[in-house]
Write a protein that binds this ligand. Structure first.
Ligand code: SAM
Length: 413
Protein backbone atom coordinates (compact mmCIF):
# COMPACT_ATOMS: atom_id res chain seq x y z
CA UNK A 1 0.00 0.00 0.00
CA UNK A 2 1.21 3.48 -0.88
CA UNK A 3 1.66 5.59 2.25
CA UNK A 4 2.87 8.66 0.36
CA UNK A 5 0.22 11.31 -0.08
CA UNK A 6 1.59 12.62 -3.36
CA UNK A 7 2.44 10.09 -6.03
CA UNK A 8 2.27 9.26 -9.71
CA UNK A 9 -0.76 7.07 -10.37
CA UNK A 10 -1.13 6.08 -13.99
CA UNK A 11 -4.66 4.84 -13.40
CA UNK A 12 -5.61 8.55 -13.63
CA UNK A 13 -4.18 8.79 -17.16
CA UNK A 14 -7.26 7.29 -18.87
CA UNK A 15 -5.08 6.67 -21.87
CA UNK A 16 -7.70 4.88 -23.98
CA UNK A 17 -10.86 6.41 -22.55
CA UNK A 18 -13.60 7.78 -24.80
CA UNK A 19 -13.63 11.42 -23.73
CA UNK A 20 -16.51 12.30 -26.06
CA UNK A 21 -19.31 10.26 -24.53
CA UNK A 22 -22.69 11.82 -23.77
CA UNK A 23 -22.87 15.57 -24.34
CA UNK A 24 -19.08 15.83 -23.94
CA UNK A 25 -19.01 15.52 -27.75
CA UNK A 26 -20.73 18.89 -28.25
CA UNK A 27 -17.91 21.38 -28.68
CA UNK A 28 -14.16 21.51 -28.51
CA UNK A 29 -12.48 23.84 -26.02
CA UNK A 30 -8.89 24.32 -24.83
CA UNK A 31 -7.67 22.33 -21.82
CA UNK A 32 -10.95 20.49 -21.28
CA UNK A 33 -11.12 18.23 -18.27
CA UNK A 34 -11.23 14.50 -18.93
CA UNK A 35 -14.78 13.40 -17.96
CA UNK A 36 -13.42 10.19 -16.45
CA UNK A 37 -11.39 12.26 -13.95
CA UNK A 38 -14.46 14.20 -12.81
CA UNK A 39 -16.48 10.99 -12.58
CA UNK A 40 -13.83 9.21 -10.51
CA UNK A 41 -13.44 12.17 -8.15
CA UNK A 42 -17.20 12.27 -7.66
CA UNK A 43 -17.25 8.55 -6.91
CA UNK A 44 -14.35 8.80 -4.46
CA UNK A 45 -15.31 11.97 -2.59
CA UNK A 46 -18.88 12.83 -3.52
CA UNK A 47 -20.79 9.58 -3.09
CA UNK A 48 -23.39 11.25 -0.86
CA UNK A 49 -23.04 14.72 -2.34
CA UNK A 50 -26.10 16.79 -3.15
CA UNK A 51 -24.34 19.71 -4.84
CA UNK A 52 -21.15 20.05 -6.85
CA UNK A 53 -19.59 23.40 -7.72
CA UNK A 54 -17.06 24.21 -10.45
CA UNK A 55 -15.70 27.79 -10.17
CA UNK A 56 -14.03 27.55 -13.63
CA UNK A 57 -16.60 25.36 -15.29
CA UNK A 58 -15.60 26.04 -18.91
CA UNK A 59 -17.77 23.80 -21.09
CA UNK A 60 -19.16 22.03 -18.04
CA UNK A 61 -17.37 18.68 -18.00
CA UNK A 62 -17.68 18.23 -14.23
CA UNK A 63 -21.26 19.57 -14.27
CA UNK A 64 -22.31 16.91 -16.80
CA UNK A 65 -20.65 14.19 -14.71
CA UNK A 66 -22.37 15.48 -11.57
CA UNK A 67 -25.79 15.29 -13.20
CA UNK A 68 -25.05 11.75 -14.45
CA UNK A 69 -24.31 10.81 -10.84
CA UNK A 70 -27.49 12.33 -9.37
CA UNK A 71 -25.80 15.47 -8.02
CA UNK A 72 -27.02 19.04 -8.58
CA UNK A 73 -24.43 21.14 -10.34
CA UNK A 74 -23.42 24.80 -10.09
CA UNK A 75 -20.81 26.36 -12.33
CA UNK A 76 -19.45 29.76 -13.15
CA UNK A 77 -17.28 31.01 -16.00
CA UNK A 78 -16.47 34.43 -17.42
CA UNK A 79 -16.47 33.27 -21.02
CA UNK A 80 -19.98 33.51 -22.55
CA UNK A 81 -19.24 30.87 -25.18
CA UNK A 82 -18.12 28.39 -22.52
CA UNK A 83 -21.27 29.11 -20.51
CA UNK A 84 -23.46 28.52 -23.55
CA UNK A 85 -21.79 25.15 -24.15
CA UNK A 86 -22.06 24.18 -20.47
CA UNK A 87 -25.75 25.12 -20.46
CA UNK A 88 -26.47 23.16 -23.63
CA UNK A 89 -24.53 20.14 -22.38
CA UNK A 90 -26.61 19.94 -19.20
CA UNK A 91 -29.99 20.66 -20.83
CA UNK A 92 -32.32 17.81 -21.67
CA UNK A 93 -35.39 17.90 -23.87
CA UNK A 94 -37.75 15.49 -25.57
CA UNK A 95 -35.97 14.07 -28.61
CA UNK A 96 -39.24 14.17 -30.57
CA UNK A 97 -39.31 17.96 -30.19
CA UNK A 98 -35.67 18.33 -31.17
CA UNK A 99 -36.24 16.08 -34.17
CA UNK A 100 -39.04 18.32 -35.45
CA UNK A 101 -36.64 21.29 -35.42
CA UNK A 102 -33.84 19.25 -36.98
CA UNK A 103 -36.14 18.17 -39.79
CA UNK A 104 -37.30 21.72 -40.38
CA UNK A 105 -33.69 22.91 -40.44
CA UNK A 106 -32.48 20.18 -42.79
CA UNK A 107 -35.44 20.78 -45.15
CA UNK A 108 -34.62 24.49 -45.05
CA UNK A 109 -30.97 23.86 -45.98
CA UNK A 110 -32.06 21.45 -48.71
CA UNK A 111 -34.33 24.03 -50.29
CA UNK A 112 -31.55 26.63 -50.16
CA UNK A 113 -28.99 24.24 -51.63
CA UNK A 114 -31.29 23.42 -54.55
CA UNK A 115 -32.41 26.98 -55.14
CA UNK A 116 -36.02 26.18 -54.16
CA UNK A 117 -35.85 28.94 -51.62
CA UNK A 118 -33.85 32.14 -51.20
CA UNK A 119 -33.62 34.27 -48.07
CA UNK A 120 -32.44 37.76 -47.38
CA UNK A 121 -30.65 38.21 -44.11
CA UNK A 122 -28.54 40.96 -42.59
CA UNK A 123 -24.92 39.91 -42.23
CA UNK A 124 -23.48 41.16 -38.91
CA UNK A 125 -20.81 43.77 -39.08
CA UNK A 126 -18.36 43.28 -36.24
CA UNK A 127 -14.75 44.38 -36.28
CA UNK A 128 -12.55 42.40 -38.67
CA UNK A 129 -15.33 40.12 -39.90
CA UNK A 130 -13.93 40.54 -43.44
CA UNK A 131 -10.53 39.41 -42.27
CA UNK A 132 -11.81 36.11 -40.85
CA UNK A 133 -14.65 35.11 -43.17
CA UNK A 134 -15.13 34.94 -46.91
CA UNK A 135 -18.29 36.65 -48.22
CA UNK A 136 -20.09 33.42 -49.07
CA UNK A 137 -19.30 31.96 -45.63
CA UNK A 138 -20.54 35.08 -43.87
CA UNK A 139 -23.82 34.92 -45.73
CA UNK A 140 -24.39 31.25 -44.97
CA UNK A 141 -23.56 31.74 -41.30
CA UNK A 142 -25.98 34.68 -41.16
CA UNK A 143 -28.74 32.53 -42.71
CA UNK A 144 -28.19 29.82 -40.09
CA UNK A 145 -28.04 32.33 -37.24
CA UNK A 146 -31.28 33.89 -38.42
CA UNK A 147 -32.98 30.48 -38.43
CA UNK A 148 -31.73 29.78 -34.90
CA UNK A 149 -32.78 33.20 -33.60
CA UNK A 150 -36.33 32.42 -34.69
CA UNK A 151 -36.42 29.18 -32.73
CA UNK A 152 -39.02 29.43 -29.98
CA UNK A 153 -37.85 26.61 -27.71
CA UNK A 154 -34.88 27.91 -25.65
CA UNK A 155 -33.48 24.41 -25.10
CA UNK A 156 -33.46 23.69 -28.81
CA UNK A 157 -31.98 27.11 -29.47
CA UNK A 158 -28.98 26.39 -27.25
CA UNK A 159 -28.50 22.99 -28.86
CA UNK A 160 -28.35 24.66 -32.30
CA UNK A 161 -26.18 27.57 -31.13
CA UNK A 162 -23.48 25.23 -29.86
CA UNK A 163 -23.26 23.49 -33.25
CA UNK A 164 -23.31 26.92 -34.87
CA UNK A 165 -20.43 28.10 -32.69
CA UNK A 166 -18.17 25.23 -33.77
CA UNK A 167 -19.22 25.82 -37.37
CA UNK A 168 -18.17 29.47 -37.08
CA UNK A 169 -14.67 28.48 -36.06
CA UNK A 170 -14.30 25.73 -38.64
CA UNK A 171 -15.51 27.84 -41.52
CA UNK A 172 -13.38 30.85 -40.60
CA UNK A 173 -9.98 31.59 -42.04
CA UNK A 174 -8.34 30.64 -38.74
CA UNK A 175 -5.65 27.99 -38.62
CA UNK A 176 -7.67 25.40 -36.77
CA UNK A 177 -4.61 23.66 -35.34
CA UNK A 178 -3.95 26.66 -33.06
CA UNK A 179 -6.06 27.82 -30.15
CA UNK A 180 -5.04 31.41 -30.70
CA UNK A 181 -6.35 33.19 -33.77
CA UNK A 182 -3.88 33.04 -36.63
CA UNK A 183 -5.05 33.58 -40.19
CA UNK A 184 -4.36 30.90 -42.77
CA UNK A 185 -1.61 31.64 -45.24
CA UNK A 186 -2.83 33.20 -48.51
CA UNK A 187 -2.46 30.07 -50.62
CA UNK A 188 -4.59 28.07 -48.20
CA UNK A 189 -7.13 30.89 -47.98
CA UNK A 190 -7.59 30.96 -51.74
CA UNK A 191 -8.45 27.26 -51.82
CA UNK A 192 -10.58 27.29 -48.66
CA UNK A 193 -14.27 26.70 -49.46
CA UNK A 194 -15.96 25.48 -46.31
CA UNK A 195 -19.24 23.61 -46.73
CA UNK A 196 -20.93 25.66 -44.01
CA UNK A 197 -24.29 23.89 -44.23
CA UNK A 198 -22.61 20.47 -44.33
CA UNK A 199 -20.47 21.28 -41.27
CA UNK A 200 -23.39 22.30 -39.10
CA UNK A 201 -25.56 19.39 -40.23
CA UNK A 202 -22.94 16.84 -39.27
CA UNK A 203 -22.35 18.53 -35.90
CA UNK A 204 -26.06 18.54 -35.15
CA UNK A 205 -26.30 14.84 -36.00
CA UNK A 206 -23.26 14.01 -33.86
CA UNK A 207 -24.56 16.04 -30.92
CA UNK A 208 -27.99 14.44 -31.12
CA UNK A 209 -26.37 11.03 -30.54
CA UNK A 210 -24.57 12.47 -27.49
CA UNK A 211 -27.77 14.03 -26.18
CA UNK A 212 -29.67 10.73 -26.53
CA UNK A 213 -26.99 8.93 -24.46
CA UNK A 214 -27.10 11.74 -21.90
CA UNK A 215 -30.90 11.72 -21.59
CA UNK A 216 -30.84 7.97 -20.99
CA UNK A 217 -28.34 8.24 -18.10
CA UNK A 218 -28.94 11.65 -16.55
CA UNK A 219 -30.55 11.60 -13.13
CA UNK A 220 -33.21 14.02 -11.90
CA UNK A 221 -30.97 16.97 -11.01
CA UNK A 222 -30.70 20.74 -11.37
CA UNK A 223 -27.93 22.81 -12.93
CA UNK A 224 -27.22 26.52 -12.56
CA UNK A 225 -24.54 28.31 -14.53
CA UNK A 226 -23.43 31.75 -13.37
CA UNK A 227 -21.18 34.39 -14.85
CA UNK A 228 -19.50 35.69 -11.70
CA UNK A 229 -15.80 35.94 -11.04
CA UNK A 230 -14.96 33.90 -7.95
CA UNK A 231 -11.84 36.06 -7.39
CA UNK A 232 -14.18 38.96 -6.64
CA UNK A 233 -17.19 37.49 -4.89
CA UNK A 234 -19.19 34.34 -4.37
CA UNK A 235 -22.39 35.80 -2.94
CA UNK A 236 -24.69 33.95 -5.31
CA UNK A 237 -23.75 30.69 -3.61
CA UNK A 238 -24.84 30.07 -0.04
CA UNK A 239 -22.14 29.64 2.61
CA UNK A 240 -21.44 26.03 3.64
CA UNK A 241 -23.74 24.66 0.93
CA UNK A 242 -21.39 22.78 -1.40
CA UNK A 243 -20.45 19.13 -0.85
CA UNK A 244 -17.74 18.89 -3.48
CA UNK A 245 -15.79 21.14 -5.81
CA UNK A 246 -14.33 19.48 -8.91
CA UNK A 247 -12.50 21.93 -11.11
CA UNK A 248 -9.57 22.59 -13.41
CA UNK A 249 -8.45 26.21 -13.06
CA UNK A 250 -6.49 27.92 -15.81
CA UNK A 251 -2.76 27.10 -15.74
CA UNK A 252 -1.85 30.77 -15.77
CA UNK A 253 -2.87 34.07 -17.32
CA UNK A 254 -4.45 33.83 -20.76
CA UNK A 255 -1.77 35.91 -22.48
CA UNK A 256 1.08 33.51 -21.83
CA UNK A 257 -0.80 30.22 -21.40
CA UNK A 258 -4.17 29.30 -22.88
CA UNK A 259 -6.12 32.17 -24.43
CA UNK A 260 -9.69 31.02 -23.78
CA UNK A 261 -11.12 34.36 -24.86
CA UNK A 262 -9.17 34.45 -28.09
CA UNK A 263 -10.16 30.86 -28.90
CA UNK A 264 -13.80 31.83 -28.47
CA UNK A 265 -13.70 35.33 -29.94
CA UNK A 266 -15.24 34.66 -33.37
CA UNK A 267 -18.03 32.57 -31.87
CA UNK A 268 -18.71 35.17 -29.20
CA UNK A 269 -18.85 37.88 -31.88
CA UNK A 270 -21.33 35.87 -33.95
CA UNK A 271 -23.34 35.24 -30.79
CA UNK A 272 -23.59 39.00 -30.35
CA UNK A 273 -21.40 39.31 -27.24
CA UNK A 274 -20.11 42.82 -26.72
CA UNK A 275 -16.41 43.22 -25.87
CA UNK A 276 -15.69 39.71 -27.12
CA UNK A 277 -12.07 40.73 -27.63
CA UNK A 278 -11.66 41.80 -23.99
CA UNK A 279 -12.45 38.47 -22.29
CA UNK A 280 -8.86 37.36 -21.77
CA UNK A 281 -8.10 40.51 -19.76
CA UNK A 282 -10.91 39.67 -17.35
CA UNK A 283 -9.77 36.09 -16.65
CA UNK A 284 -7.47 35.17 -13.75
CA UNK A 285 -4.19 37.03 -13.97
CA UNK A 286 -5.48 39.09 -16.90
CA UNK A 287 -4.78 42.44 -15.27
CA UNK A 288 -1.14 43.08 -14.41
CA UNK A 289 -0.70 44.28 -10.82
CA UNK A 290 2.34 45.59 -9.02
CA UNK A 291 4.01 42.90 -6.98
CA UNK A 292 3.43 42.86 -3.25
CA UNK A 293 3.38 40.05 -0.68
CA UNK A 294 0.47 37.59 -0.89
CA UNK A 295 1.38 36.37 2.60
CA UNK A 296 1.61 32.72 1.57
CA UNK A 297 5.30 31.77 1.72
CA UNK A 298 5.34 29.45 -1.25
CA UNK A 299 3.70 32.05 -3.51
CA UNK A 300 5.94 34.89 -2.40
CA UNK A 301 9.06 32.72 -2.81
CA UNK A 302 7.98 31.59 -6.29
CA UNK A 303 7.33 35.16 -7.47
CA UNK A 304 10.69 36.25 -6.06
CA UNK A 305 12.49 33.46 -7.90
CA UNK A 306 10.93 34.44 -11.24
CA UNK A 307 11.71 38.12 -10.52
CA UNK A 308 15.42 37.28 -10.24
CA UNK A 309 15.27 36.41 -13.93
CA UNK A 310 12.52 38.59 -15.32
CA UNK A 311 10.58 41.29 -13.49
CA UNK A 312 7.81 41.48 -16.09
CA UNK A 313 7.11 37.76 -16.05
CA UNK A 314 7.18 37.88 -12.23
CA UNK A 315 4.43 40.51 -12.34
CA UNK A 316 2.29 38.20 -14.49
CA UNK A 317 2.91 35.27 -12.16
CA UNK A 318 2.10 37.42 -9.13
CA UNK A 319 -1.12 38.75 -10.70
CA UNK A 320 -2.29 35.23 -11.44
CA UNK A 321 -1.58 33.86 -7.95
CA UNK A 322 -3.04 36.94 -6.28
CA UNK A 323 -6.34 36.30 -8.11
CA UNK A 324 -6.05 32.55 -7.47
CA UNK A 325 -5.65 33.18 -3.71
CA UNK A 326 -8.75 35.35 -3.64
CA UNK A 327 -10.73 32.77 -5.56
CA UNK A 328 -9.72 29.97 -3.18
CA UNK A 329 -10.60 32.16 -0.18
CA UNK A 330 -14.10 32.57 -1.63
CA UNK A 331 -14.54 28.95 -2.73
CA UNK A 332 -13.51 27.80 0.78
CA UNK A 333 -16.44 29.69 2.29
CA UNK A 334 -19.12 27.84 0.32
CA UNK A 335 -17.86 24.31 0.97
CA UNK A 336 -19.56 22.42 3.83
CA UNK A 337 -17.68 20.99 6.80
CA UNK A 338 -16.10 17.68 5.67
CA UNK A 339 -16.75 18.66 2.04
CA UNK A 340 -14.03 18.26 -0.57
CA UNK A 341 -12.11 20.52 -2.93
CA UNK A 342 -10.62 18.58 -5.86
CA UNK A 343 -8.39 20.78 -8.03
CA UNK A 344 -6.77 19.50 -11.22
CA UNK A 345 -3.79 21.78 -11.82
CA UNK A 346 -0.64 22.03 -13.91
CA UNK A 347 2.82 23.18 -12.82
CA UNK A 348 3.97 25.26 -15.75
CA UNK A 349 7.42 26.71 -16.23
CA UNK A 350 8.21 30.39 -16.45
CA UNK A 351 11.78 31.06 -17.49
CA UNK A 352 13.75 28.49 -15.47
CA UNK A 353 11.27 28.21 -12.63
CA UNK A 354 8.65 25.50 -12.34
CA UNK A 355 5.63 27.07 -10.67
CA UNK A 356 4.42 24.65 -7.96
CA UNK A 357 0.69 25.31 -8.43
CA UNK A 358 -0.21 22.00 -6.74
CA UNK A 359 1.69 22.96 -3.56
CA UNK A 360 0.30 26.49 -3.77
CA UNK A 361 -3.25 25.11 -4.01
CA UNK A 362 -2.58 22.94 -0.98
CA UNK A 363 -1.14 25.83 1.08
CA UNK A 364 -4.01 28.14 0.19
CA UNK A 365 -6.69 25.66 1.22
CA UNK A 366 -4.78 24.88 4.43
CA UNK A 367 -4.81 28.59 5.16
CA UNK A 368 -8.61 28.49 4.95
CA UNK A 369 -9.12 25.51 7.26
CA UNK A 370 -8.79 22.52 4.95
CA UNK A 371 -6.88 19.32 5.59
CA UNK A 372 -4.58 17.93 2.92
CA UNK A 373 -5.61 14.48 1.75
CA UNK A 374 -3.77 13.55 -1.46
CA UNK A 375 -2.14 14.63 -4.67
CA UNK A 376 -2.46 12.18 -7.56
CA UNK A 377 0.00 12.90 -10.32
CA UNK A 378 -1.15 11.88 -13.77
CA UNK A 379 0.51 11.80 -17.16
CA UNK A 380 -1.26 13.75 -19.85
CA UNK A 381 -1.48 11.27 -22.74
CA UNK A 382 -4.72 12.56 -24.20
CA UNK A 383 -3.94 16.12 -23.31
CA UNK A 384 -6.60 18.36 -24.76
CA UNK A 385 -4.26 21.26 -25.17
CA UNK A 386 -1.16 21.53 -27.32
CA UNK A 387 1.87 19.69 -25.87
CA UNK A 388 3.82 22.66 -27.09
CA UNK A 389 2.59 26.04 -26.13
CA UNK A 390 3.57 29.57 -26.94
CA UNK A 391 5.10 31.10 -23.80
CA UNK A 392 4.81 34.52 -25.38
CA UNK A 393 2.48 35.90 -27.96
CA UNK A 394 5.05 35.33 -30.69
CA UNK A 395 3.61 33.13 -33.41
CA UNK A 396 5.56 29.93 -33.90
CA UNK A 397 7.70 30.40 -30.80
CA UNK A 398 7.05 27.29 -28.77
CA UNK A 399 8.23 25.68 -25.59
CA UNK A 400 7.30 22.34 -24.15
CA UNK A 401 4.57 22.70 -21.56
CA UNK A 402 3.76 20.28 -18.75
CA UNK A 403 3.48 16.54 -19.18
CA UNK A 404 1.81 16.00 -15.82
CA UNK A 405 -1.26 17.18 -14.02
CA UNK A 406 -1.73 17.21 -10.26
CA UNK A 407 -5.06 16.30 -8.73
CA UNK A 408 -5.04 17.96 -5.32
CA UNK A 409 -7.59 16.74 -2.76
CA UNK A 410 -8.42 18.88 0.28
CA UNK A 411 -11.10 18.39 2.92
CA UNK A 412 -12.74 21.14 4.96
CA UNK A 413 -12.37 20.70 8.73
C1 SAM B 1 -9.11 24.88 -17.83
S1 SAM B 1 -10.53 25.77 -18.32
C2 SAM B 1 -11.82 24.80 -17.66
C3 SAM B 1 -12.21 23.73 -18.60
C4 SAM B 1 -13.37 22.90 -18.11
N1 SAM B 1 -12.99 22.06 -16.98
C5 SAM B 1 -13.89 22.05 -19.24
O1 SAM B 1 -13.76 20.82 -19.19
O2 SAM B 1 -14.39 22.62 -20.22
C6 SAM B 1 -10.52 27.17 -17.27
C7 SAM B 1 -11.73 28.09 -17.40
O3 SAM B 1 -11.62 29.10 -16.43
C8 SAM B 1 -12.29 30.26 -16.92
N2 SAM B 1 -11.85 31.37 -16.07
C9 SAM B 1 -10.63 31.97 -16.00
N3 SAM B 1 -10.61 32.91 -15.05
C10 SAM B 1 -11.84 32.91 -14.49
C11 SAM B 1 -12.44 33.65 -13.44
N4 SAM B 1 -11.76 34.58 -12.78
N5 SAM B 1 -13.71 33.37 -13.10
C12 SAM B 1 -14.43 32.44 -13.77
N6 SAM B 1 -13.91 31.71 -14.78
C13 SAM B 1 -12.64 31.95 -15.14
C14 SAM B 1 -11.89 30.32 -18.38
O4 SAM B 1 -12.81 31.08 -19.12
C15 SAM B 1 -11.90 28.82 -18.73
O5 SAM B 1 -13.13 28.47 -19.30
Amino acid sequence: MNTEKKYLDISWDFRTANVKEYTHCYHNYPAMMIPQIANRLINLYGKKAKTLFDPYCGTGTSLVEATLNGINAIGTDLNPMARLIAEAKTTIMELQILDLYLKEFNDFLFSLNFGIKTVNVVVPDFKNIEFWFKDETKEKLAIIKNFIDNTKDERVKKFFLVAFSETVRESSLTRNSEFKLYRMPEKQRDKFKPDVFGIISSKLARNRIGLKEYIEKRKDTKTIIYDFNSCEDIEKIEKDSIDIVVTSPPYGDSRTTVAYGQFSRLSNQWLGIENASQIDNQLMGGKAKNISKVGINIIDATVEKVAEQDEKRAKEVYSFYDDYSKSIANVSKVIKKNGYACYVVGNRRVKDTTLPTDEITKSLFQEYGFKYKNTFIRNIPNKRMPSKNSPTNVMGKKATTMNNEYIVIMQKQ
